[in-house]
Design a binder for this molecule. Structure first.
Ligand SMILES: Nc1ncnc2c1ncn2[C@@H]1O[C@H](COP(=O)(O)OP(=O)(O)O)[C@@H](O)[C@H]1O
Ligand SMILES: O=C(OP(=O)(O)O)[C@H](O)COP(=O)(O)O
Length: 398
């Protein structure tokens, strides 16, 4: 795999370099347009600064959220361009489209050492299309903007998307420093995790991550499941989950996984159940087996935190992805805080992965240096640990 250092060694002054970054940052739920955690922007800065300082004309592209293949102002990268400019100490030009006239004019007008951010890749149906030709056509347009391609979007390397998988087939391609660093750490955890090895899963991307559990089960000693993930399992155990996040079509899969796991999947015993998805909603702690029909579980309860902390405490390797609750709303942050704090105390190696999980660590004020590694990718690191070939890494290697 060629790296950014190889590209810098070849000389990039005056050359247009397309950098795929993962700038999928969280926004403040109460203040639209305010980035609540800029960790993913900071994580790619060394790559952008190295290219800029070498005189490259830097064209950055990223997705934000999951728009449906067409422009949607809710998911514009404009606020990210502003923050990127602040962090770079000089403006980042923003193109109001990804491969249209604004992007191509801005790319053509870029001076040496200037940085351009394209609008959200996922405003284009070709980016995420399952159809190779449709993805390829979009990749052709993206590739036409530049002479070289650098992938530093670790959080998206598990996606077979045009900007991750098809563009590197069209341009000389290099792995950025963030991708290299992330892979180095995760390779260590994958190849020889010291036992006991505990994986903690939560968050809201339920169906994505349920698929990973099957592959991870044989590799881990215990899998602790909280967050939005746990309700499909609780339902599979025969409990009612009220209005909680539920993936109906995965209930059978969860039942199979529980049977296969023979006690190694640990579920919450209590949850904080609220009348609505809101900070001021009436809420109380209830047994996980007795969630009222008109309530939704928004956090794991204190007994579950104690149960999870006990298992985490004896682990030598912990991988955690996905908040234990809706930590962005203060009444539902205690589960995530409790689990995060337990992980910081282990006598072993810990990895936290995921945009929101990493953001939770920082916004809850937990000591970042107490973790072995904080990864910018949740799904990406999980699939790496699973031993899967990740499309973005395979494309960089070929
Ligand atoms: N019980 C729950 N119900 C709904 N959403 C939840 C619940 N628990 C956690 N979440 C949400 O999950 C989101 C993060 O999920 P995800 O994207 O899977 O994590 P990551 O970005 O760390 O991989 C957070 O915004 C959090 O509010
Ligand atoms: O936030 C991300 O993944 P993560 O929540 O698993 O860390 C990445 O930006 C990938 O986004 P996607 O899961 O919408 O493809």
């Amino acid at each position: 795999m060629k790296t950014l250092d190889d590209l810098l060694g070849e000389g990039v002054s005056g050359r247009r370099v397309l950098v795929r970054a993962d700038l999928n940052v969280p926004f403040d739920k109460n203040e639209p347009g305010r980035i609540s955690d800029d960790g993913r922007i900071r994580a790619v800065l060394p790559t952008l600064i190295a290219l800029r300082d070498a005189g490259a004309r830097v064209i950055v592209c990223s997705h934000l959220g999951r728009p449906k293949g067409a422009p949607d102002p809710k998911f514009t990268l404009a606020p990210v361009a502003t923050r990127l400019g602040e962090l770079l100490g000089g403006p980042a030009v923003f193109a109001s489209d990804t491969v249209g006239p604004s992007a191509s004019q801005a790319a053509a007008a870029l001076g040496d050492g200037q940085v351009l951010l394209l609008e959200n890749l996922r405003f284009n149906a070709g980016e995420t299309s399952k159809d190779d030709a449709e993805r390829g056509a979009f990749a052709d347009e993206l590739a036409a903007l530049a002479e070289f391609y650098v992938d530093d979007a670790f959080g998206a390397v598990h996606r077979k998307h045009a900007s991750v998988y098809d563009v590197p087939a069209r341009l000389p391609h290099y792995a950025g420093g963030l991708v290299i660093k992330e892979v180095e750490v995760l390779r260590r955890v994958t190849e020889s995790p010291e036992q006991p090895y505990v994986v903690v899963l939560g968050g809201s991307k339920v169906s994505d991550k349920l698929a990973v559990i099957k592959a991870l089960l044989p590799k881990v000693d215990k899998l602790l499941v909280g967050g939005g993930m746990c309700f499909t399992f609780l339902k599979a155990q025969g409990h009612e989950v009220g209005k909680s996040l539920l993936e109906e079509e995965m209930i059978g899969t969860c039942a199979d996984l529980l049977a296969q796991a023979a006690g190694r999947i640990v579920l919450p015993v209590d949850v904080v159940a609220a009348t609505a998805f809101a900070a001021d909603a009436e809420h109380s702690t209830v047994a996980a087996s007795a969630i009222p029909a008109d309530r939704l579980g928004l956090d794991i309860g204190p007994e579950s935190v104690a149960l999870f902390a006990d298992t985490i405490g004896s682990a030598k390797t912990v991988f955690w992805n996905g908040p234990m609750g809706v930590f962005e709303l203060a009444p539902f942050a205690a589960g995530t805080r409790g689990v995060a704090e337990a992980i910081t105390k282990i006598d072993g190696f810990s990895v936290v992965g995921g945009g929101d999980s990493a953001a939770a660590v920082r916004t809850l004020g937990i000591d970042e240096s107490a973790f072995g590694h904080i990864s910018t990718g949740g799904g990406a690191s999980l699939e790496y640990l699973e031993g899967k070939t990740l499309p973005g890494l395979a494309a960089l290697e070929s």
